[in-house]
Write a protein that binds this ligand. Structure first.
Ligand SMILES: NC(=O)c1ccc[n+]([C@@H]2O[C@H](COP(=O)([O-])OP(=O)(O)OC[C@H]3O[C@@H](n4cnc5c(N)ncnc54)[C@H](OP(=O)(O)O)[C@@H]3O)[C@@H](O)[C@H]2O)c1
Length: 281
């Protein structure tokens, strides 16, 4: 039976697909656009199926003969999750892993927190064996610096001392794979992080080391960041980033979950920079 992976063309889902295929599993990848370059780059043998969370009925072909699936929270899809999960149950799905975002922050009214919570409630009430994955900040988020590093040899960002246990996408995927394939993970929430906190300015330095060059870190004030990000992110996302950035409490926390679930230590940011150095050249 194929394992259905949503977000298969994305950072974590892509890694999950590769790890499942390497381990000899049959994988079906969900995408809105099977003609895309990202879909074409999926490993040989992966069945690519079209569907969108925004149109739950479009998922019916993808769910056929599936018992286990990996889903990812997609903004704008919250109201569809109950229907998606009902369709999945009808199709014979028993178990799912869900990549999303911790909703434990204090702000019940924040629209982003509210939609995350709506998705979590739908999953937890679905009657399926679910496992949530609420990772820390992705190492891959540093891709957002690639253009500036390539063009100007610098990174402009607020909060240089922000100290976060950045997590490798392959480790999040590895936790998902164990939860999909092995028993004992139903009803659990894992919070994969990297093995050590990395300050933002040090992350920039480490990318420079992998490239063999020095990269300047230009620390922005929150107001400068608002101006520089205005064309890149919607205003509510900018304020969410800045809110997170001003609350350093607990940020450097290292979760035991990658080690406990996979039995291996988490990959370091230095390793990630070596693997991805080409993306910054
Ligand atoms: N970045 C972080 O630091 C961080 C931290 C904690 C949690 N998270 C969570 O991680 C998740 C993002 O994971 P990621 O970075 O691996 O994703 P990503 O690289 O941004 O890729 C998003 C994936 O979602 C798929 N997708 C988008 N809209 C869709 C729709 N309407 N229906 C079905 N699939 C759709 C895309 O597939 P197609 O384009 O092929 O359709 C793509 O494969 C989010 O839930 C986020 O909250 C992120």
């Amino acid at each position: 039976m194929p394992i259905l992976v949503a977000g298969a063309t994305g950072t974590v889902g892509g890694s999950l697909v590769r790890q499942l295929v390497e381990a000899g599993h049959e994988v079906r990848a969900l995408t809105r656009n099977p003609e895309s370059e990202a879909a074409a780059a999926l490993p040989a043998g992966v069945e690519v199926v079209k569907g969108s969370f925004l149109e739950p009925q479009s998922l019916v072909p993808a769910l056929r003969d599936v018992e286990r699936m990996h889903l990812v929270s997609i903004e704008g899809s919250a109201e569809n999750w109950a229907e998606m999960l009902e369709l999945a149950k009808k199709a014979g799905v028993r178990r799912l892993t869900h990549l999303g975002h911790n909703d434990e922050s204090k702000d019940d009214d924040h629209p982003l927190e509210a939609w995350h919570r709506q998705v979590h409630r739908a999953i937890e009430g679905s009657g399926l064996e679910w496992t949530h994955l609420f990772p820390g900040e992705f190492m891959a988020n540093t891709w957002q610096w690639a253009e500036s590093i390539k063009g100007k040899g610098e990174v402009r960002s607020p909060f240089g001392d922000w100290n976060s246990a950045l997590v490798h996408e392959a480790d999040i995927a590895a936790v998902a794979m164990v939860a999909l394939l092995e028993d004992g993970h139903a009803g659990k929430t894992y919070q994969p992080t990297g093995p050590e906190p990395v300050r933002r300015r040090d992350a920039v330095r480490m990318i420079g080391e992998a490239l063999g060059t020095e990269i300047r870190f230009v620390e922005l004030t929150p107001d400068q960041a608002r101006r520089e990000w205005a064309d890149v992110y919607p205003p509510d996302i900018i304020e969410w980033f800045l809110e997170m950035g001003t609350d350093y409490e607990g940020v450097g926390w290292v979760s035991p979950d990658v080690v406990e679930v996979t039995g291996r230590p988490g990959r370091t940011f230095a390793q990630w920079t070596r693997e991805h150095a080409g993306d910054f050249r």
